[in-house]
Design a binder for this molecule. Sequence first.
Ligand SMILES: NC(=O)c1ccc[n+]([C@@H]2O[C@H](COP(=O)([O-])OP(=O)(O)OC[C@H]3O[C@@H](n4cnc5c(N)ncnc54)[C@H](O)[C@@H]3O)[C@@H](O)[C@H]2O)c1
Length: 303
Amino acid sequence: MRYVVTGAAGFIGSHLSEALLAAGHEVVGLDCFTDYYDPALKEENARGLDVQRVDLAVDALDFSGFDGVFHLAGQPGVRSFGDVFPLYLRRNVLASQRVFEAAGRDGARVVFASSSSIYGATERYPTPEDAQPQPLSPYGITKLACEHLAGAYVREFGLDCVVLRFFNAFGPRQRPDMAFTRIVFALAEGGPFELYGDGSQSRSWTYVGDIVAATIAAMEHGSGTYNVGGALEASMIESIELLERISGRTLDVRRHPAVAGDQKRTKADTTRIRGELGWEPQVTLEEGLTRQWQWASDTLTSR
Ligand SMILES: NC(=O)c1ccc[n+]([C@@H]2O[C@H](COP(=O)([O-])OP(=O)(O)OC[C@H]3O[C@@H](n4cnc5c(N)ncnc54)[C@H](O)[C@@H]3O)[C@@H](O)[C@H]2O)c1
């Protein structure tokens, strides 16, 4: 198959592109290498991939001749109140609207990377896909807006689109603003780790390879909306303890108040994706964190 991967120089997009190539597909990546985090890391992620520098919010998009578009490009991170909000509007809402428009016109199927952040202050745990969305962050609100845009293009223009709500992804190349990458590098370098909130906040951590498998399965035979979340829920404190055990080191934790927009808990109900796509997360938190620790250690050694 011929696929486009938007956000191919990012954390999840680069892993997805590699997996598609390994499965024998043709992959063209699109990414504008935003400076949300060091673009040099994105250059590193994109090494060996065909990634074209395209800004989805501005540049002409042509998906004719492609079987599908994996739309992963976007502005992540829940710290989205304040002056940064226009970036979230542009890189999530506007960019996605332009992707849906072009894919509908060109007859390419889309898998869209949404987020567990759309659930926000939901009352239901584990949270199924039909729970009432109550996003807490502007980020979650822009992702929910993208889902609604996709729905409008499906209804009004016959767009063929599957929505995936990713729950916290981890593993090698995890973004540098995300907790586990900050922890493994703090452990490896001996620096401090800034913990926001009391550490009891918990997540359905999902190994990046499992996210990639779900994303490919969704393109091949999914329909509608699916949660993609790992089997194990763990709090920040539990995750820190696990990483201290894996690394054999002690983390220097500096405590700060919780960040506005941060969810207290995410827990995915994955009944739907298990039943319809036969997807099961394969990698445990301990196994995945061991790989992420190894990756951080290797990265420091090679610098
Ligand atoms: N990592 C997670 O835990 C997680 C959880 C839920 C949802 N998601 C979603 O999954 C997707 C991938 O996340 P990630 O962690 O790999 O993020 P990432 O920031 O590493 O990757 C996103 C990529 O999109 C690119 N991009 C942004 N705006 C663009 C534009 N206008 N045109 C072209 N490229 C653009 C960026 O340069 C970046 O390389 C995002 O949409 C994110 O919101 C991620």
